[in-house]
Design a protein around this ligand. Structure first.
Ligand SMILES: [Zn+2]
Length: 402
């Protein structure tokens, strides 16, 4: 993301704040805006860096990693692997500075986090150029996808934003920030086609509208962070809900049949035509939830199975709850067995559930697990012949905030 856009994100997010939190951060706004470009500024020489901020090393060096320069570490395409070291360091530093009353330093550290958000949400950062080059041939034109997209300036027009709290503790905040960045990345991946199409068509208005959506979504997450981190540092009650919907997370891993585009589907599955999507139903009212489809390939000789896996915060919630069963709006030719795995270990196995069975409520203790996998398989012992079945985990959620 370009420098002026980073400043725009920081500026809008601080402007949206209200109450005591606004009274705290607003006087520090200029410092946050400047620091929102620190990770880019400090990519030059030590002399130049020192002119910008004599303490520049504190903001750009990350402890306990091979190459300590922040901007060399984070890769949006490998977010879950490369971000935690930076996030954990910068959130810890921000909170420590807030607690010790060093507000200027806190503003600089949180400004660096704003940069990380901007560079993650920018549509030019969320894809691999190589397949895109083949998906969108440039004809007689020649341009660099990355810099051409990044150059389009977006505007944040919203005057108001209702912040959401990302955690009641630094541990939960660090987990949730990774998850929110994955969501932000997914959200802005959906901007890649609109912005590139607008660029190819020479439609500046449409290109700017796309860039504006991206930059606004980054500012929203930064506003959430400003409030959440200030809340934690000042020991405020967070009013966080006792449950967290799993559909709101981006899976860490998943596998479904090709007929589901290899991934789980949320709330609806394909019907006969593209306009006839099927809703999910376990025998009563329609439900929201995750639909999976096991391998359906003919002559398949292994277990026909599908799964989805999530990263969950350790010791924040006590249970996983859901309702399981086959989708009554689909044709089911065989029964399914549902399993729940925590950190790779099976902790729940259902009876074989068939087409006439109604949904079964399940509740599983999470212990201190950090990976939750929802797994389904064909109930037949040797399912060589293809038989369709449509498992659903309805209203899957983490409950019982500890
Ligand atoms: Zn950058």
């Amino acid at each position: 993301m370009d420098g002026p856009m980073h400043i725009h994100i920081a500026e809008a997010a601080v402007e949206w704040l209200t109450g005591d939190c606004a009274a705290f951060w607003k006087p520090l706004r200029k410092i946050i805006e400047k620091a929102s470009n620190y990770p880019d500024y400090f990519a030059t020489s030590a002399e130049k860096n020192a002119l910008i901020d004599p303490d520049w090393r504190e903001y750009t060096m990350i402890p306990d990693v091979d190459n300590p320069i922040a901007h060399a570490i984070f890769k949006p395409l490998k977010l879950r692997e490369t971000y935690p070291a930076i996030i954990n360091h910068w959130t810890a530093q921000t909170i420590a500075c807030l607690k010790s009353g060093n507000n200027e330093k806190a503003a600089k550290f949180i400004g660096c986090l704003s940069h990380l958000i901007g560079d993650t949400g920018q549509a030019a950062h969320v894809f691999d150029e190589r397949p895109l080059k083949r998906l969108l041939p440039q004809g007689d034109k020649r341009f660099i996808f990355h810099s051409t997209m990044e150059k389009v300036m977006g505007k944040i027009e919203a005057q108001k934003y209702d912040v959401k709290i990302l955690g009641g503790s630094i541990k939960e905040l660090n987990w949730r920030l990774i998850e929110e960045l994955e969501i932000l990345k997914q959200h802005n991946t959906a901007e890649v086609i609109p912005i590139l199409k607008a660029i190819m068509d020479g439609d500046n208005h449409a290109a700017e509208a796309s860039a504006s959506r991206s930059v606004t979504s980054c500012a929203e997450l930064f506003a959430d962070l400003l409030v959440s981190i200030w809340n934690i540092a000042s020991g405020k009650k967070t009013g966080l809900k006792n449950e967290f919907k799993l559909q709101d997370l981006v899976p860490v891993d998943q596998a479904c049949d090709m007929l589901f585009n290899y991934e789980i589907m949320l709330d609806r599955i394909p019907g006969k035509t593209i306009n006839e999507a099927l809703t999910l139903n376990l025998g009563g009212e329609d439900v929201h939830g995750l639909a999976l489809l096991a391998d359906m390939a003919p002559f398949f000789s292994e277990v026909r199975r599908a799964f989805v896996e999530y990263s969950i915060p350790r010791n924040v919630f006590e249970y996983f709850e859901s309702e399981i069963g086959l989708n009554h709006h689909s044709v089911n030719d065989t029964k399914a067995v549902f399993k729940v795995k925590l950190d790779g270990k099976i902790v729940f196995t259902s009876e074989a559930l068939g087409k006439d069975d109604s949904g079964v409520k399940i509740k599983v203790k999470l212990g201190n697990a950090k990976r939750l996998q929802l797994y389904v398989c064909d109930a037949r012992p040797a399912p060589c012949d293809t038989k369709f079945f449509y498992p659903v985990f309805a209203n899957p959620k983490l409950t019982g905030r500890i």
